[in-house]
Design a protein around this ligand. Structure first.
Ligand code: NDP
Length: 244
C-alpha cells in the first residue's frame, strides 16, 4: 500500500496518466494531478476524491523549467515533499524525417524528455532529504525499436531511457529507485488519432493481438511504486509482447 505517500503524476488529466493517478490513489497515496491545458483538468482529482481517495490538481507545462521547478517547490511546501514521481506527460508530432520541421522535433523533445528532466531534478532534491523515492518514467517501445514517422518521439523516449539509467546510478545510494515503463500501443487519445490501417498493422505485430488499456500501464507503475524496492534502472515493456 501507499498510505502516507505523496505521488506526482504529470500529464494526468486523461489517458495513461489518469489511470496511473487513480490506481495510486486507490492504493492510499495522496495524488497530485498535473496537466497542461485541457478543459477537463479538475475532473480527475474530483473523481478520485468522490471515490474516497485523496487528490489535488497542480497545472503546469513541464517543458517550462521555471514553472516545473515552481510546481515541485509548491508541492514540497504544501505536502512536505514528493515520494513518487511519475513522468508521464507526453505529446506526438509525427512526420516522416525528411518532412519533419525543427518545430516538430523541438516540441516533442521539450515536453517528453526535457520536461521529465525538469521534474526529476527538482523532485530528487526533496527525495534525497527523505532518503526515499520512486521515480517512474513513461517511455515507449518506440524508444527501444525506433518507429517510422517518429524520429522526434523515438529520440525523446530513447533519451528518457538513458536518463533513467543514469539517474538510477546517481540516486541508488540514497534509497531512490528510477525505472522506466515502455508501453506499446495503448488505447488513448494519442492512438485514437492513428489511421485505421496503421492500427490494424500494429495489432498484427502484437502477440497478444490487441491494444492495451491505460490500466495495464497503471498496474506496472503501481508495482514499481509499491513493490519495487530492489528494482532500479530497468525498462519494463507493457506491450502485449511486441518487442520481446
Ligand atoms: P494523451 O495524449 O492521452 O495525454 C497526454 C497527457 O499529457 C495529458 O494529460 C496532457 O495534458 C499531458 N501533457 C501534454 N503536454 C504536457 C506538458 N507540456 N505539461 C504537462 N502535461 C502535459 O497521452 P497518453 O495517455 O496516450 O500518453 C501518456 C504517456 O504515455 C506519454 O508520455 C506517451 O508518450 C506515453 N506512451 C503512450 C502510448 C500510447 O499508445 N498511448 C504508447 C507509448 C508511450 P492536457 O490534457 O492538459 O493536454
Amino acid at each position: 500500500m501507499l498510505t502516507g505517500k505523496v505521488a506526482l503524476v504529470t500529464g494526468a488529466s486523461r489517458g495513461i496518466g489518469c489511470a496511473i493517478a487513480k490506481k495510486l490513489a486507490s492504493m492510499g497515496a495522496l495524488v497530485i494531478v498535473n496537466y497542461n491545458g485541457s478543459a477537463t483538468k479538475e475532473t480527475v482529482a474530483g473523481e478520485i476524491c468522490k471515490e474516497g481517495g485523496s487528490a489535488v490538481t497542480y497545472g503546469c507545462d513541464v517543458s517550462d523549467e521555471a514553472a516545473a521547478t515552481a510546481m515541485i517547490a509548491a508541492i514540497t511546501k504544501d505536502y512536505g515533499g514528493i515520494d513518487i514521481l511519475v513522468n508521464n506527460a507526453g505529446i506526438t508530432r509525427d512526420n516522416l524525417m525528411l518532412r519533419m520541421t525543427d518545430a516538430e522535433f523541438d516540441a516533442v523533445l521539450a515536453t517528453n524528455l526535457k520536461g521529465a528532466f525538469h521534474t526529476m531534478r527538482a523532485a530528487a532534491k526533496t527525495m534525497l532529504k527523505k532518503r526515499y523515492g520512486r521515480i517512474i518514467n513513461i517511455a515507449s517501445v518506440s524508444g527501444i525499436t525506433g518507429n517510422a514517422g517518429q524520429a522526434n518521439y523515438a529520440a525523446a523516449k530513447a533519451g528518457m531511457i538513458g536518463m533513467t539509467k543514469s539517474a538510477a546510478r546517481e540516486l541508488a545510494g540514497r534509497g531512490i529507485t528510477v525505472n522506466a515503463v515502455a508501453p506499446g500501443f495503448i488505447e488513448t487519445d494519442m492512438t485514437r488519432k492513428l489511421p485505421e490501417e496503421i492500427r490494424e498493422g500494429a495489432c498484427k505485430q502484437i502477440p497478444l493481438g490487441r491494444f492495451g488499456q491505460p490500466e495495464d500501464v497503471a498496474k506496472a507503475v503501481a508495482f514499481l511504486a509499491a513493490e519495487g524496492s530492489y528494482l532500479t534502472g530497468q525498462v519494463l515493456a507493457v506491450d502485449g509482447g511486441m518487442v520481446m
